[in-house]
Design a protein around this ligand. Structure first.
Ligand code: SF4
Ligand code: SF4
Length: 478
């Protein structure tokens, strides 16, 4: 089986094409594919979500994955992996639009094709709105890790995460969260950092930690690119709008929309969260970028964005089209269709290998001599549309913020790395930080760089802002 995997062709003959693994010496042993079973279709209309515009790639089609594509996808994914663990990751658009039955079938197919010794992790990213008892019982039964999209307390969340009538979705998302809690489903929070919440890092983080009980949190910067020609339309949003030509979002242009996070603001947001986390939550709350940064000190790269190269995170559309990355679902990055060519062959193709290597090979000279290059690695290529300090094109738009964050967090990260190397828990850094804080005293400037006194900044346990989170109701009912 290993030497001759077979894949169903979508040609009219219905023949299966052979895949000869011996031709694929450079094929990656594993990759992390994001499958979009309902394409980019969603039941809400977040203002910053350019994925909504991707519906325009497949006009006049019903964006739903067929059973045939589902089976081909799972079979090829399991065949492709040479590591014992495989992740089956669902996202959208909004994958709950496919209904539970589709995913029951997916789990059955996984069991049918799983190789001996292969373990499969299921993950599912959702806006939470359709979650009910049936969904959550299913997630619990099959140990799904569910990512819930929340941008903070009500006022911050509702700024951009709205429905088709422009109404905030906070209450609906909290209903979904209550369902996840009620059924004991493992969940993480995925929070975008955008123009509305960029100045509220600590409050947002505390809301997730204290009100939602989140123990895994990811922050994703919102950067919506546009050109001089498209910026006005882009600022209106990416969904279908009466009287306006719809723009298909592509990674072009060096303007950003009004909803995008500022570069420096992104770094300050992360620092605000980090300075809270390093005093109270190490080993208890897992913030993806903090884990990624610590692991990088051991030479391990958990996240493509800050790894030297990438190209191991393809995206699969509902019809079997495979793209280089979820952020590059656009015509120039379509690798092929899994009904015609096995996904492993597509992953090993020169185009995809070049895509991954370009991340390293296109670094600017400024990145090349950067002090935190080993942690940052120039960030994601989709964000490289600014000028470097030398005036070189192709520099990361977020650089000012990334540099701030990596420089600021580095001493504590290095302390944690040293602790771990000496067989001690990383969480011991909290006692070291507390003793440093005590030595400096409450009226010294806060180490976060805000310019405020420590006592009134990260030495203050009370939230800086009082948001209406709806949390008391949440606590009563969960
Ligand atoms: S383009 Fe960015 S998000 Fe996509 S695989 Fe590369 S680093 Fe990751
Ligand atoms: S911090 Fe800026 S200069 Fe340094 S590697 Fe990252 S993007 Fe490049």
């Amino acid at each position: 089986m290993e030497a001759s995997l077979r894949t169903r062709a979508s040609s009219s003959s219905g023949e299966e094409a052979k895949l000869d693994r011996s031709r694929l010496a450079d094929a990656p042993p594993r990759f992390h594919l994001l499958a979009k079973p309902s394409g980019s279709t969603c039941n809400i209309d977040c203002k910053y979500c350019f994925f909504l515009s991707k519906e325009a790639l497949y006009p006049n089609e019903k964006h739903r994955m067929s059973n045939e594509t589902l089976e081909t996808y799972i079979r090829q994914l399991l065949e492709s992996h040479r590591t014992p663990e495989v992740t089956v990751a669902w996202q959208g658009g909004e994958p709950t639009l496919m209904r539970v039955e589709f995913f029951r079938k997916a789990v059955e197919i996984v069991e049918q094709y799983r190789k001996p010794g292969q373990t499969v992790k299921h993950t599912f990213q959702t806006n939470g709105i359709l979650l009910d008892d049936e969904w959550c019982e299913f997630f619990r039964q099959h140990h799904f890790l569910v990512g819930l999209s929340v941008d903070g307390p009500r006022e911050l969340h509702d700024t951009f995460r709205v429905d088709r009538r422009g109404q905030g979705t906070f209450d609906l998302v909290m209903n979904g969260w209550r369902q996840l809690r009620k059924h004991g489903v493992d969940f993480n929070v995925l929070c975008t950092v955008n123009a509305a919440n960029q100045h509220h890092g600590r409050s947002v983080y505390r809301f997730f930690r204290d009100e939602l009980g989140a123990r895994w949190i990811q922050f994703i910067p919102i950067i919506e690119r546009a050109t001089e020609q498209t910026i006005q339309l882009a600022n209106r949003g990416w969904s279908e709008q009466a009287g306006h030509k719809r723009v298909l979002y592509t990674q072009t242009g060096n303007r950003v929309t009004d909803r995008s996070v500022g570069a420096k603001e992104y770094g300050l947001f992360l620092i605000d969260v980090f300075e809270e986390w390093v005093r109270r939550d190490v080993g208890r709350v897992f913030v993806q970028l903090f884990d990624v940064t610590l692991e990088a000190l051991f030479g391990r790269h958990l996240l493509c964005i800050h790894a030297p190269t990438c190209g191991l995170g393809p995206a699969l559309e509902y019809n079997g089209d495979l793209y280089a990355c979820d952020h590059f679902v656009e015509p120039g990055y379509r690798l092929g269709n899994i009904h015609e060519t096995h996904m492993l062959e597509l992953m090993a193709s020169p185009a995809q290998r070049r895509f991954g290597m370009d991340k390293r090979d296109s670094l600017t000279a400024q990145c090349g001599r950067c002090e935190v290059r080993a942690l940052c690695n120039g960030g994601c290529p989709k964000d490289r549309f600014s000028l470097s300090r030398d005036g070189e094109a192709g520099h990361n738009y977020l650089c000012a913020g990334l540099e701030l964050f990596f420089m600021q967090s580095r001493p504590a990260m290095e302390t944690m790395a040293k602790l771990v190397r000496n067989g001690r828990p990383a969480s011991d850094v909290m006692a070291i930080t507390a003793s440093d804080d005590k030595r400096r005293g409450p009226y010294a400037p806060c180490p976060c760089g805000s310019g405020r006194k420590f006592k009134f900044c990260h030495g203050n346990h009370a939230p800086r802002h009082s948001f209406d989170s709806g949390s008391s109701k949440a606590r009563r009912t969960s």
